[in-house]
Design a protein around this ligand. Structure first.
Ligand code: ATP
Length: 691
């Protein structure tokens, strides 16, 4: 990295101010030199790019040109969030995106990282090393604003599991462990290594510490392109400086120098010095894009000098924040509205050398072929499955709401059932009681598996973050989740199952009991798999629970107990509901298991003195006798696999289809109705705001 025009880290605040104000009108000389661009201004000692930035073919050049993002707001039309942004980020540099709250910082990061929501439309070119490439899923790392971490793990475990998943198998376990520990120390978390992350209900790390854990996890692999959304939120100024300086240091020490883009709210003077480039946004427009060191001069030249002893970044944000009417530095008499200040600055920027230079650099970078972006190498599929199974098992063990609460409730409910149906005996009345008991177990006991859904949704959030960052694939997640749940579901099936089986006195014989447990287990797995599929389609857990409960209620009704199979109305309930509902196979399997081989006394005159169980199955419960109970169990297990495959298909299809749909629905924003404030001054030539 070239020498810096900034004071050393130990220099005083007043030195910093002096340095902010003594910047020259130069641009990033080195990058221009290596790209063969003629400088229009005298070269400075700007630290951006550094020698070899453009020749570093391992690095990532990201450019965006005339980038518009609009969001649909129903019948009112659409609203522009980003308006014609052009800029670039390059290896070895930290680009800071700053601006008032709601100006579009996160949207810009999401757009660049290829993570815009489905209700948004995007136009403009985003190129990586001069090529159009997809960024999500493994090519970059993104630390989002909200912490989605596994709250039951300690810091050390969270980072180490992540290292095992992300780092290639060519690294030994010891090396991975060491990388994890070094990264934790770099983020100043050594004292919290063995503290659980914590979430609602269990306090663990502070918000700032969680932020640092998120950063640790994403910088473990030294990604070439790193997006950070508000990495310093929740941190005090000293911690902010240390975190940012470590990101920058990592970045510059690394052979494959990293391109870092961070949105940041209110950097201290020291943190501001770490920025190479600054993108200042207001209401979706660029107010300034260029070397951070020259922003102060730009503001001063355009009538907004930074008052003495004020942190320049505070001054920038105050000047362009139109949420609070006036620019604070002006007296009340000559108060300038922030709207006017923003218009003045955006117009000044559009006609400045800075803008011309940015456009020229973007063109130069786009013409330079620096190769396509490769996906990072990972641990292999088997390692991923093993690590995910272990991690998920530990989480399920420690999260009381995942399975333990259900075990307790199942046991009490089983005791309730056992006392209600205690010692059924073998008289004729016990036929109905056995049927009711088995129906309740297959329907409502399994229905309660839905209780684990909120915990599963938390898992899904972690999965979505990790999947987008390319830590592992969806298939490994499904395997991990399935295998880790096995022991708990078996436990939930065996203990309450034994209580409800033996105390009422169901069909004696251990082989009948084992079949009963297997059906119970398959039903629990099925409900979990069904809920997994639901979770991949609905946006939050409340909607998921309601949807899942609704689907199951229909299945229970159509399962052939409340209305016997021959009485089910044809169009919907018999075809297809009866065959889709897993309850049909559960009821029939359990009924065959219970009644086959038993005899019951008849209480009707004219009938034989005893009725065989098979006849009861056929005549009373209308069970399909041509099919063995084992076939019913096999169908249940097949459905488990089917639902899990369905989950995978939905996830993978969404990944593939979503960008295509986004591309199809992306119409140029200028053709849409725009809901925007009317600027106080007429936009200059080239200002693309649309009223
Ligand atoms: N998907 C969306 N649907 C509707 N509005 C959106 C969407 N995404 C962003 N917005 C709106 O766009 C504006 C910019 O949002 P964004 O999150 O990018 O701002 P920000 O600068 O990151 O804010 P903050 O600093 O407070 O996090 C906000 O008014 C937000 O409500």
């Amino acid at each position: 990295m070239s020498s810096l025009p900034y004071p050393s880290k130990q220099s005083s605040a007043s030195d910093h101010r002096l340095n902010y104000q003594s910047t020259s009108l130069s641009y990033n000389h080195e990058i221009q030199a290596t790209l063969g661009v003629k400088t229009v201004a005298p070269p400075s000692s700007s630290r951006g790019g550094g020698e070899g930035a453009a020749t570093d073919h391992n690095g990532v050049f990201l450019t965006w040109e005339d980038l518009w993002v609009t969001v649909s707001i129903g019948k009112k039309g659409s609203k522009s969030i980003l308006q014609g942004l052009t800029g670039y980020a390059q290896p070895g540099e930290l680009l800071a995106i700053m601006g008032p709250s709601g100006c579009g910082k996160s949207t810009l990061l999401d757009t660049l990282a290829g993570r815009l929501g489905s209700n948004t439309r995007q136009t403009g070119d985003i190129l990586i090393n001069g090529h159009k490439q997809r960024l999500a899923y493994g090519t970059s790392a993104y630390v989002t604003q909200d912490e989605t971490l596994i709250t039951t793990l300690t810091v050390k475990e969270a980072v180490y599991y992540s290292a095992q998943l992300q780092l290639p198998d060519s690294m030994s376990r010891a090396e991975k462990k060491e990388r994890a520990e070094v990264t934790i120390r770099e983020m100043g978390l050594q004292d919290a290594m063995n503290t659980r992350i914590g979430g609602w209900g269990s306090k663990g790390l502070s918000g700032g510490q969680k932020r640092r854990v998120s950063i640790c996890i994403e910088i473990l692999t030294h990604p070439k392109l790193l997006f950070l959304d508000e990495p310093t939120s929740g941190l005090d100024s000293a911690a902010s400086y240390h975190v940012m300086s470590r990101i920058v240091r990592f970045d510059r020490k690394d052979e494959n120098r990293r391109t870092v883009i961070a949105s940041i709210h209110q950097p201290s003077g020291e943190v501001f010095q770490l920025f190479d480039s600054l993108c200042l946004l207001s209401a979706g427009k660029v107010v300034y894009f260029g070397p951070a060191s020259q922003a102060n001069e730009f503001f001063a030249l355009n009538g907004f000098p930074c008052p003495t002893l004020q942190n320049p970044s505070d001054h920038f944000l105050k000047t362009i924040n139109k949420d609070f009417e006036t620019v604070p530095e002006q007296g009340l008499e000559d108060a300038i509205t922030a709207e006017v200040a923003i218009n003045t600055l955006t117009k000044a920027y559009k006609s400045s050398d800075h803008y011309q230079q940015v456009k020229r650099l973007v063109t130069e970078i786009c013409e330079k072929d620096c190769g396509t972006l490769e996906e990072r190498s990972h641990s292999n599929f088997l390692t991923q499955c093993l690590v995910l199974t272990r991690r998920s098992f530990v989480n399920m063990y420690r999260d009381l709401g995942y399975y333990w609460l259900r075990v307790a409730i199942y046991v009490s409910l089983a005791l309730g059932l056992a006392t209600l149906f205690y010692n059924l005996g073998s008289d004729n009345d016990s036929i109905q009681d056995r049927g009711s008991l088995l129906m309740f177990i297959a329907s409502f006991l399994t229905f309660m598996t839905i209780g684990g859904f909120p915990s599963f949704v938390e898992d899904m959030k972690v999965f979505e973050r990790e999947r987008l960052n390319g830590h592992y694939g969806a298939t490994a997640f499904v395997f991990g989740n399935t295998f880790s749940a096995f022991p708990y579901l078996l436990l939930i099936s065996v203990i309450p199952g034994a209580i409800t089986y033996y105390l009422p006195g169901l069909h004696k014989g251990y082989e009948h009991f084992i079949y009963f447990i297997l059906v119970l287990f398959a039903c629990m797995m099925l409900v979990e798999s069904l809920m997994m599929t639901v979770a991949s389609m609905v946006p939050n857990f409340l909607m998921g629970i309601i949807t899942g409960a609704g689907i199951q209620a229909f299945m229970v009704l159509g399962g052939g107990f409340f209305r016997l199979p021959n009485d089910l109305p044809q169009p919907f309930w018999k075809y297809p509901m009866y065959y889709i509902a897993f309850h049909k196979y559960a009821y029939q399997g359990l009924f065959k298991n219970e009644f086959e081989g038993l005899t019951f006394p008849s209480n009707q005159a004219g009938e034989p003195r005893t009725i065989p169980g098979e006849q009861i199955l056929r005549d009373r419960w209308q069970v399909e006798m041509g099919v063995s109970k084992w076939v019913d169990l096999a169908i249940l297990l097949g459905m488990v696999v089917l639902y899990r495959i369905l989950f995978l298909v939905i996830i993978k299809t969404t990944e593939k289809i979503k960008p295509i749909i986004t591309a199809i629905v992306s119409v140029p924003p200028k053709q849409t109705t725009q809901i925007m404030e009317i600027p106080l001054t007429t936009p200059s030539h080239g200002d693309q705001s649309v009223v």
